[in-house]
Design a protein around this ligand. Structure first.
Ligand SMILES: NC(=O)c1ccc[n+]([C@@H]2O[C@H](COP(=O)([O-])OP(=O)(O)OC[C@H]3O[C@@H](n4cnc5c(N)ncnc54)[C@H](OP(=O)(O)O)[C@@H]3O)[C@@H](O)[C@H]2O)c1
Length: 324
């Protein structure tokens, strides 16, 4: 009988993308027997309202330490699927989480490692990109050592919400400032880029769970829409009813800035690299896997929707510390 993924445990459910993922799972609750999150005592204390709201919505909250095998194995009890949304500094720690599932939790059938971003195996050069190393180590571990537990890598490309936002700290990295009506476009402005709204990351994840055979043991390359920096600007100008001030950071300049950032130990260096990869076309495919998991353009946000949401929330910063 084909695998059914019905009892889901989320790690990192109160994080940047975890919040969207748990929200979509709650919306689709009827498809699942059980939803649970595993979180730390400090999150329970600091984010008491969010945790309470999850419990009110029928989500079981399990508290413990993600690096403690006994705590994690206890949390795995009663689940068949683990959705990891842990942040960048916990990516490599997932190797233990996957090993414990493989060796000691026969009920865990599928693990979704924390991906939800740039395709770390896009092409031959990907293996050398510094920001990809931790996620590549997780994939290599799965390839070499995991035989029973299935995996799905949900590769969404950049989040639309962040790419079309302002980056006041460093606008030369690409920025759309709704208040000032000012944009800095990357590359020529005509280079295509595929984006996924954070709402759609959750929706696509639920679609992957509902299509367990199609999503089994593979990277799913999905997105909401494909656009260009100039088309994003044109849509902002249309919806705000005015022309914006525009400047550009060419691909060559972006590469120079990226090199300097790594050499000077800039904490944003990984963001320079990711934005260079996206500008070079590292989010573009002949075909996506949207249809494979039953997702059609009408199920997903459009550029117009993303810009409407950005304007109605009055623009947010493209990233906070730690978002990559
Ligand atoms: N495509 C994009 O544009 C984009 C942008 C940002 C991130 N991402 C990707 O999305 C994934 C999740 O990133 P995120 O930014 O959503 O993560 P985040 O908000 O930084 O962290 C997510 C969660 O990780 C959990 N965690 C547990 N122990 C931790 C520790 N020691 N240090 C840090 N976190 C710990 C926390 O869970 P609790 O909630 O239980 O406390 C935290 O809320 C990553 O793979 C990242 O690369 C993609």
């Amino acid at each position: 009988m084909a695998t059914e993924l019905k009892s889901v445990l989320v790690l990192g459910a109160t994080g940047v993308i975890g919040q969207y993922i748990i929200r979509s799972l709650i919306e689709a609750q009827a498809s699942f027997d059980r939803l649970a999150v595993f979180t730390s005592p400090s999150t329970v204390e600091k984010k008491a309202k969010e945790i309470e709201s999850l419990e009110e919505k029928g989500v079981q909250v399990i508290v413990g330490d993600l690096t403690n095998q006994e705590n994690v194995l206890k949390a795995y009890e009663g689940s068949d699927t683990v959705i990891s949304c842990v942040g960048r500094n916990m990516i490599k720690a997932q190797i233990d989480l996957i090993r414990w599932a493989e060796e000691s939790s026969p009920n865990i059938k599928r693990f979704f490692p924390s991906e939800y971003g740039t395709d770390i195996e896009y092409g031959p050069e990907s293996v050398f990109e510094k920001p990809h190393q931790a996620k590549l180590a997780v994939r290599n571990y799965i390839k070499s050592s995991i035989r029973r537990v299935e995996y799905t890598y949900l590769v969404t490309g950049p989040y639309a919400d962040l790419y079309i936002a302002k980056l006041s700290q460093n606008p030369c990295l690409g920025s759309f400032d709704i208040e000032e009506k000012k944009a800095t476009l990357l590359g020529s402005g005509d280079d295509p880029i595929s984006l996924t709204t954070m709402n759609n990351v959750g929706k696509l994840l639920v679609a992957a769970l509902r299509n367990p055979t199609a999503s089994r043991n593979r990277a799913l390359r999905v997105n909401s829409f494909t656009t260009t920096p100039k088309r994003i600007l044109a849509e902002y100008e249309r919806q705000t009813g005015t022309n914006w001030d525009v400047s550009y950071t060419s691909l060559d300049d972006l590469k120079k800035l990226e090199k300097n950032a790594w050499e000077s130990g800039d904490s944003l260096a990984a963001i320079y690299t990711l934005r260079r990869i996206w500008t070079e076309g590292g989010t573009i495919y002949e075909f996506t896997d949207n249809e494979l998991i039953g997702m059609h353009p009408e199920d997903l946000d459009s550029l117009e929707d993303a810009i409407t949401m950005a304007i109605s929330s009055n623009g947010q910063e493209a990233f906070r510390s730690g978002d990559l």
